[in-house]
Design a protein around this ligand. Structure first.
Ligand SMILES: Nc1ncnc2c1ncn2[C@@H]1O[C@H](COP(=O)(O)OP(=O)(O)OP(=O)(O)O)[C@@H](O)[C@H]1O
Ligand SMILES: [Mg+2]
Length: 293
């Protein structure tokens, strides 16, 4: 692909997160994997590069700890595994293996072995490189293809954001992090007679508190539970706008999310607005920890 400026997806080595004294010593991944450096962290797990000694290739290993401490988190983990293990597509990260716990009766952490990617779109946006319109269009197209595949399988991702879009130097995208995703398709098919009514019923059960704030669709903020897969399309639009900030001629300091903000009425009120009723919801809607449907 032609480009004006060399695009490197690797981070500044000084800034990259280095694992403290080799996480391999602590990670119980068995003899098949040699854990190397930390390549990412999220709120639910850390991800390390590892060498698969039997296949002789690099893989990414995500460690999920404290698995059974919280019921909602547990549900997220189960969903991530159940959904990701079924998905097979060029633009969705592939789950290769789950390391079996040594002691089935006592385990509280899990290791997911996945295909490894060069970077993610959040790291890319923070790198001082510019992209051509062709790069951006290719990234957008690939992201849309991955999302279309998910939607055609009846899955809403519900947390599309730059950090959850892995990317390789050839501009291929791999959607990852299915902790908030939800399979909707089956119920739609099963409930064909009188579908409208049942779909409404089903939608009412969807939790409103999904998608990271800056990428959250208006209907999710305002209607909360009555949303469709279009919420993912909104998130992709926000990601696209962020990528456009990387066009040559734009200043590094002007890059950033399209809709940044520290509060999101009526979901996620800002702590500064504690006394302002307009920023608070009453009842169950603003309690993400208590429900995940
Ligand atoms: N297969 C992979 N290859 C390369 N990097 C990866 C891979 N999987 C995850 N990462 C990196 O690790 C980060 C965290 O991974 P992931 O989003 O799966 O964790 P999480 O704890 O569920 O995140 P969140 O905070 O969004 O809930 C990603 O943003 C990415 O930078
Ligand atoms: Mg993530």
């Amino acid at each position: 692909m032609e480009q004006n400026k060399r695009v490197s997806f690797s981070e500044d080595p000084k800034k990259s997160v280095k694992a403290s004294k080799g996480p391999g010593e602590k990670w119980k991944v068995g003899p098949n994997y040699e854990v190397k450096q930390l390549i990412g962290t999220g709120s639910y797990g850390s991800v390390c590069e590892a060498f698969d000694t039997s296949k002789k290739c690099l893989v990414a290993v995500k460690r999920i700890g404290h698995m059974f401490e919280d019921l909602v988190d547990c549900k997220r983990i189960l969903r991530e595994i159940a959904i990701l293990s079924k998905l097979k597509h060029e633009y969705i990260v592939r789950l290769y293996d789950i390391v079996a716990p040594v002691n089935m009766a006592k385990f509280d952490e899990l290791y997911l072995v996945m295909e490894i990617c060069d970077s993610d779109l959040k790291k890319l946006c923070r790198t001082d490189v510019s992209l051509t319109p062709l790069h951006i269009n290719t990234l957008l197209y690939n992201l849309l293809v991955g999302m279309k595949y998910l939607h055609s399988a009846g899955i809403y991702h519900r947390d599309l954001k730059p950090a959850n879009c892995l990317v390789n130097q050839d501009c291929s995208i791999k959607i990852c992090d299915f902790g908030l995703s939800r399979a909707i398709g089956e119920q739609h098919v099963a409930e064909e007679p009188g579908e409208e009514k049942n779909t409404q019923k089903l939608k009412r059960f969807l939790t409103g508190h999904v998608v990271t704030r800056w990428y959250r669709a208006p209907e999710l903020i305002l209607l909360q539970e009555n949303y469709t897969e279009a919420i993912d399309v909104w998130s992709v639009g926000c990601i696209y706008a962020e990528l456009l900030g990387m066009l040559e001629g734009n200043k590094m300091e002007d890059r950033g999310p399209l809709f940044p903000g520290s509060s999101c009425f009526p979901l996620s009120p800002d702590h500064k607005h504690k006394t302002d009723y307009r920023y608070h919801t009453r009842g169950k809607h603003d309690q993400p920890g208590s429900q995940l449907s």
